[in-house]
Write a new protein. Structure first.
Length: 628
């Protein structure tokens, strides 16, 4: 098997070498469902921009290709009947494009599915917003929170900055449009009124006692502001507009996300901006520049994963034995060094006494660092820094930033520190406990500990590591697994937790680690691999995929390799699966194992079929080679 492992590692290295970009990065597609393609078509048609016909046609081709025989669209292969929101978005966009007839058989099937699932009023909040913006439904009441929320001081029990940054930017734009009751219809806007099965959008699910308390608290706090209602509304609109403009990236996107940028354009129109305004033109250019080629079709990436992919690939290559002096590594390292953030962003609201020093997810991202991309970049740069001391200050600055972002509860979150007010779990929005706030998560905490132990050479009993490991132990599930927020899902979290705790010096016989390992062994598939469904993210419990995927297999194996001094039968079987399936063309290779919005946005990282198998195969070889 060692010969096969070495051969596979070399083949992966050569594949990655051939696919590196001229600037040193790797630019793989960050592929999601229909949303970004559909919203882009809807926006371009709403702006009546007839110069974009070729572009719209290309997006239409992908949407048609992704439609199921049933007429529905899915977010992942095993989604049973289809996804209502994705189907509504794709259906609406295809009609609005003008290139698909409403009476065509595939559109009639899509309409039947939508009606069977309850119509437009049963869609997600994101879908409801685009439907309201285009006049298909009235603005739902729970999405018309008073925009004066943005004026509340940070001392208020609930204030705008209790929301995590990526939610704040979406909400700021949405609140402008919803409070102005804005809708934009053109002569080409389709009429979807025959799919509104209730007179008004259903707000009942957001009408809990806790949600009502949040709204009433906001309104009570607004009353304390010493301005007349009209002046107060005008002040709030101006502040929201200013808030948005200050967070536009140089390429025209709001906060580096296509979704928030589309909301932003509608908000600007609601405020009276011309359709040809400079900020709107720049936004459209920014959106068009987020195109990737899935293999055959053009697709709009919501946020390119260039930094994430490049950092992970560089580390995996170094781990596989590629020299730091190799031109491929020199170029990628220089690329990463040039993209360290040196300006303050929203992360500083709760962490004001630390210098900037993190990295973001996208190369278009200049002020939105996150902990995971920062530790990934620092891993990738360790050998470069060792060989070139002039970069030590960049490394130290990044390390200081990561340590400073630890939450008071001992864990690490993705974007912001201590942005985890528990009451906001009941905020009237989908999956508010994971999308509105930014709590500590297993994957961030485990991966941060893994970096601090293996790359920064910190070990227990360091106080911050103690707090992190204790957080992991407190948040382990009863069955021994851990939930991972940004990947699918329990395999992802369990891998991060085990490798993190091992890296800081915890023994494999520790109760928590042993229980996690036992759980991983209990869910191994007969083919030697591992696979988990996106349903896990929705049902908050492990749901097997009944098939294996390369990335999830690699994660599970990596945890076992970290825990065992000698290879076991389970490890051998898992390695055999990887060796047989790295270059297979099967739906499991394309299954989304990245998570964005729980229940609504999942990611197929085109890089993952290379990164994680390479890292795991290298760890297997590096640890057990002496036994051969």
């Amino acid at each position: 098997m060692n010969i096969q492992v070495n051969s596979a590692i070399e083949e992966l290295i050569q594949t990655l070498r051939s696919e590196q970009s001229n600037d040193g990065s790797w630019r793989y597609c960050f592929e999601s469902g229909p949303m970004t393609d559909a919203y882009t078509i809807i926006l371009l048609r709403s702006l009546e921009n007839d110069q974009e016909e070729w572009f719209i046609q290309q997006l239409v081709k992908r949407l048609l290709h992704k439609q199921e025989k049933s007429g529905a669209w899915k977010l992942y292969h095993d989604e049973q009947e289809g996804n209502l929101s994705a189907t509504v978005e794709a259906y609406f966009a295809l009609l609005y494009s003008g290139y698909v007839e409403k009476q065509s058989e595939n559109m009639k099937q899509a309409k039947t599915f939508i009606i069977k699932q309850g119509g437009l009023t049963n869609t997600s909040n994101f879908t409801k917003i685009i439907l309201a913006l285009t006049g298909q439904i009235p603005w739902p009441k729970h999405l018309q929170l008073p925009i004066e929320l943005i004026l509340l001081p940070r001392t208020s029990p609930i204030n705008f900055y209790d929301l995590v940054g990526y939610t704040r930017v979406h909400f700021a734009a949405m609140l402008i449009s919803s409070n102005l009751n804005f809708k934009l219809k053109t002569s080409r806007t389709p009429d979807l009124s025959d799919m509104v099965l209730e007179r008004f959008p259903n707000d009942a699910e957001y009408d809990s006692e806790e949600a009502r308390f949040i709204v009433s608290t906001v309104k009570d706090e607004i009353k304390k502001l010493l301005e007349l209602p009209k002046r107060l509304r005008d002040s709030a609109l101006k502040k929201a507009e200013k808030f948005i403009i200050e967070r536009i990236e140089p390429n025209g996107l709001l906060f580096s996300y296509v979704s928030s940028t589309i909301y932003m354009v509608f908000a600007f129109l609601a405020l009276g901006y011309s359709k040809n305004h400079r900020l709107i033109r720049n936004a459209i250019n920014g959106i068009k520049n987020q195109v990737c080629l899935t293999t055959t079709f053009l697709h709009i990436e919501n946020s390119p994963s260039t930094i994430w992919d490049t950092a992970l690939i560089t580390h995996a290559l170094l781990n596989a034995g590629v020299s730091e002096s190799d031109e491929m590594i020199k170029q990628s390292s220089q690329y990463l060094l040039l993209r360290q953030h040196l300006i303050y962003g929203d992360w500083a609201f709760n962490n004001p006494n630390t210098l900037p020093g993190g990295w973001g997810f996208s190369d278009i991202n200049t002020f939105i660092p996150d902990v995971d991309d920062t530790t990934a970049s620092l891993r990738a740069l360790k050998q470069t820094v060792s060989e070139h001391p002039q970069y030590r200050s960049s490394w130290n600055r990044g390390l200081d930033w990561v340590l400073s972002m630890q939450n008071n509860d001992g864990g690490w979150a993705a974007f912001e520190k201590n942005t985890d007010k528990k009451l906001l779990k009941y905020f009237p929005f989908d999956a508010a406990d994971r999308s509105v706030i930014d709590p500590s998560t297993t994957d961030l905490t485990g991966r941060t500990l893994e970096y601090l132990g293996n790359e920064a050479n910190l070990l227990l009993p360091h106080p911050q590591l103690e707090k992190g490991s204790q957080w992991l132990q407190r948040n382990q599930e009863d069955d021994g697994s851990w939930y991972g927020r940004w990947g699918i899902c329990y395999i992802y979290g369990t891998w991060a937790a085990i490798t993190g705790m091992k890296a800081i010096g915890m023994d494999s016989n520790h109760f928590s680690i042993k229980k996690g390992i036992d759980w991983l062994l209990s869910i191994q598939n007969k083919d030697g691999g591992w696979g988990e469904s996106c349903y896990s993210d929705i049902r908050n419990k492990y749901v097997p995929l009944h098939a294996s995927t390369p990335s999830q297999t690699a994660w599970a194996l990596d945890a076992l390799i970290a825990a065992y001094d000698k290879p076991t039968e389970a490890i051998h079987n898992g390695i055999a699966y990887l060796l047989e399936n790295i270059y297979q063309n099967h739906w499991t290779i394309n299954y989304p194992t990245g998570a964005g919005l729980p229940g609504g946005f999942y990611i197929h990282y085109h890089s993952y079929k290379y990164i994680w198998p390479l890292l795991t195969l290298s760890n297997y070889r590096n640890k057990y080679e002496y036994l051969s």
